[in-house]
Design a protein around this ligand. Structure first.
Ligand code: NAD
Ligand code: ZN
Length: 360
């Protein structure tokens, strides 16, 4: 399957299919990746174990000058210090303005490598090879960032990839927890955009959890389509793109309070989406919005409540630091129906606080 992210003045393809990793050299060439300038692959320890060697070999035999850097697995690699080590590697390897940085891995590697590509020499080319389900979201749309200990994704840029190459076969080695976590973003794409897709997910949850290639391919195609459509309409998050943050205001705060890594991103936003659905119902959405949302996450094996030992004050202050908090008001994505959300630019922090308490 192939999709296009159309940004008006430029566009890029998303390839989704089985065995695409073996066609990387061919697709790189098709999209003009230079043979003359060094190319750098960024991956993490888990991913590198299985997928880095074959990719390097293939690119080298096609004539590419490749260097690789493998960072530790996990959210802690989205830091300024790991970012610096990526830049150091790029300098040592002599990457120039025509070089490409390739992200081979999940959202952590994608965000880190993407930010390095955005910053190195004020921006060089960048290719996403996502290897997690979650990364169907992070690899499309061009938001790249690293974390600060006080706030997630706060140091970043918009930097679109040249291509996204999504090989479904790589997903077969994902641990169960990462499968469930990634499905949280798939569900999000249904909840914000497409009630029919939400029903399809409910019916096919067991197949998705068992990584049935056919169902997974369809779900990721649909998820990427929603993301691509939203980003095409509003690349820089002037308005519409903010709907992609459903569940993320609470979710990011939970991640920050938990210390990055205790909750996966998908787990945190699943709880956040349940909270947002609760708020939606408080503000007039039909009760089923909450019920369906909660049921979906339970059937996916994701958490739907906040662990009792998380401090509400700490969660609220983390939320205030989040960039979605502007001019004394909280911007919050509120579900109004299944498949529909609204951006509330004047959300009451009190209501959010009460909801956080209820989720415990
Ligand atoms: P991740 O990159 O840490 O991957 C999860 C785990 O799976 C890691 O331990 C990794 O080593 C391992 N792994 C990856 N691919 C594997 C494979 N094929 N087989 C076996 N193990 C594999 O996390 P993630 O969930 O992919 O991404 C989360 C990050 O994405 C968060 O930092 C989040 O903020 C970011 N994100 C960014 C955007 C965006 O628009 N830029 C959107 C959503 C999420
Ligand atoms: Zn997310």
């Amino acid at each position: 399957r192939e999709l296009t992210v159309d940004l008006g003045d430029r566009s890029y393809p998303i390839y989704i299919g089985e065995g695409l990793l073996h066609r990387a050299a061919e697709l790189f060439a098709k999209h003009g990746v230079s043979l003359k300038s060094p190319l750098m692959i960024v991956s993490d320890a888990n991913v590198a174990d299985t997928y880095l060697g074959p990719l390097e070999e293939q690119l080298r035999s096609a004539g590419y000058l490749t260097v690789s850097i493998t960072v530790p697995s996990g959210e802690s690699s989205k830091s300024l210090s790991v970012f610096e080590s990526v830049i150091t590697k790029a300098l040592e390897a002599g990457l120039d303005r025509h070089s490409t940085i390739v992200a081979l891995g999940g959202g952590v590697v994608g965000d880190l490598a993407g930010y390095a590509a955005a910053a190195y020499m004020r921006g060089i080319r960048f290719i996403q090879i996502p290897t997690t389900i979650l990364a169907h979201d992070s690899s499309v749309g061009g938001k790249v960032a690293v974390n600060h200990p006080l706030a997630k994704n706060i140091i970043g840029a918009f930097h679109q990839p040249e291509i996204v190459l999504y090989d479904l076969q790589t997903l077969q080695t994902l641990p169960g927890r990462e499968v469930r976590s990634g499905l949280a973003e798939v569900i999000k794409h249904g909840l914000i955009w497409d009630a029919g897709f939400v029903s399809w997910i409910e019916e096919n949850m067991a197949k998705l959890l068992s990584l049935d290639p056919e169902s997974l391919g369809y779900a990721l195609y649909k998820g990427c389509s929603v993301k691509a459509e939203v980003v095409s309409k509003d690349e820089r998050e002037q308005d519409l793109r903010a709907i992609l943050n459903l569940g993320h205001t609470i979710g990011h705060a939970l991640e920050a309070v938990a210390g990055y890594g205790e909750l996966t991103h998908g787990e945190a936003i699943a709880i956040g989406m349940v909270g947002s659905a609760r708020i939606g119902v408080e503000l007039g959405a039909p009760e089923e919005v909450y019920e369906v949302t909660r049921r979906l996450f339970i059937s996916c094996g994701l958490p739907v409540g906040i662990p009792a030992h998380y401090d509400t004050d700490a969660i609220m202050s983390a939320m205030m630091r989040d960039k979605k908090f502007k001019e004394g008001r909280m911007v919050f994505v509120v579900p109004t129906a299944i498949g529909r959300v609204e951006i509330d630019k004047n959300m009451s922090a009190d209501l959010v606080r009460r909801t956080v308490e209820q989720l415990k």
